[in-house]
Design a protein around this ligand. Structure first.
Ligand SMILES: CC(C)(COP(=O)(O)OP(=O)(O)OC[C@H]1O[C@@H](n2cnc3c(N)ncnc32)[C@H](O)[C@@H]1OP(=O)(O)O)[C@@H](O)C(=O)NCCC(=O)NCCS
Length: 140
């Protein structure tokens, strides 16, 4: 795939939604669409940020009961560029960019990625129904 940084917000939203099946939880599969994502961006409830081979969607002010904590909502790495550090680099960049007063939390979609996020320095905070786990940064 091309350099993700050259793509506009609509193209990035399309890219993420085209791979929604990879997020592996019922809620994301049922609700994620390009129009929903762009609407959340337009209202300041989400920002889409890209590195060369990876894209992330962050809710900068949190979401619902988690208002106040920035939440890393979605992260997607170009399948051709996986297991090369691109995912963890972007998680770390988002953690630094979006943690203001409160530390950034993240949503882990499907249990398989939990190890990946634990390696990025997060631990399980809360299990949300439909296969999503809220994770918080470890101290220190
Ligand atoms: C999960 C994801 C973001 C990781 O990105 P990445 O660039 O491959 O990750 P890194 O190179 O920084 O880290 C690689 C490590 O994560 C693990 N990992 C990567 N993808 C994984 C997956 N789908 N399930 C379980 N572990 C995974 C690898 O085993 C690897 O560990 P290793 O070095 O011991 O082999 C990427 O696989 C992806 O985009 N997946 C599809 C979308 C997705 O699942 N997003 C996360 C939703 S919670």
């Amino acid at each position: 795939m091309n350099d993700f940084r050259l793509l506009g917000q609509a193209s990035l939203a399309e890219l993420i939604c085209a791979h929604a099946a990879e997020f592996d939880d019922r809620q994301t599969l049922a609700t994620l669409s390009v129009s929903y994502l762009l609407d959340e961006v337009a209202h300041g409830r989400a920002v889409i940020e890209a590195d060369e081979h990876a894209v992330a969607v962050v809710r900068p002010e949190g979401w619902r009961a988690r208002k106040g904590n920035a939440i890393l909502w979605l992260i997607f790495v170009d399948p051709e560029w996986r297991c090369a550090g691109n995912g963890s680099d972007l998680v770390m960049r988002m953690k630094v960019t979006h943690a203001r007063k409160l530390a950034m939390h993240l949503l882990c979609h499907g249990g398989g990625r939990m190890k990946f996020f634990e390696r990025c320095g997060f631990h399980v905070k809360q299990v949300i129904p439909a296969g999503i786990v809220m994770m918080a940064p470890c101290r220190g």
